[in-house]
Ligand binder design. Structure first.
Ligand SMILES: [Zn+2]
Length: 183
């Protein structure tokens, strides 16, 4: 790899954007693992650590003497065991998990975070106890549980898995990626 300088050759004017393009990296078993930059994905395939599964037909990567496919999905050739880090419970991640909808009335406006079991009654800041709620539902529910308030949750709050995380971190999901992300 040393001494080879890759340049992205594009037919479009989006050269700068494409240099920062994202590539979906699958584990050997085709499970989505992570997202990396185009350069890193090219290195992985170049070093024989990954195979190219999908490419962008509009783009090419050029070195001085050769031209390479522009990857959009690559697959590692050996299986990597990853102890996935827990996804952090944050306001933003709760909103993402819930699709930016109030989990009581499906509203999209004035979103807040509600403790299903109120904090004052021992409810904690966990994935299963935090939901997106619009301000009016939050006020209406007050210091009660959903059952006490007769306010049913649209879905049971859950801890998101790695795939959901990948679905949400990528700014725009490419068509090539969707089958691997179950979208
Ligand atoms: Zn609501």
């Amino acid at each position: 790899m040393a001494g080879i300088c890759f340049k992205i050759h594009t037919k479009t004017k989006n050269e700068k954007m494409e240099l920062h393009g994202q590539v979906l990296v699958l584990n050997q078993d085709y499970q989505p693992l992570t997202v990396c930059g185009v350069k890193r994905a090219v290195m992985l395939t170049f070093m024989g650590k990954a195979e190219l599964l999908h490419r962008n037909p509009e783009l090419k990567i050029r070195s001085v003497t050769q031209s390479y496919d522009y990857p959009t999905v690559v697959r590692l050739l050996s299986y990597i065991r990853v102890p996935y880090n827990n996804i952090v419970v944050t306001r933003r991640n709760i909103l993402k998990r819930d699709g930016y909808r109030c989990q009581y009335c499906n509203a999209r406006e004035d979103l807040t975070i509600d403790h299903v079991i109120p904090r004052s009654r021992g409810g904690r800041d966990t994935w299963k106890n935090l939901v997106t709620s619009c301000a009016s539902c939050n006020i209406k529910k007050g210091n009660r549980t959903p059952r006490e308030a007769s306010m049913k949750l649209l879905k049971k709050p859950y801890k998101p898995n790695h795939i959901l995380y990948l679905q949400t971190i990528v700014a725009s999901v490419k068509e090539d990626w969707k089958p691997y992300l179950y979208m």
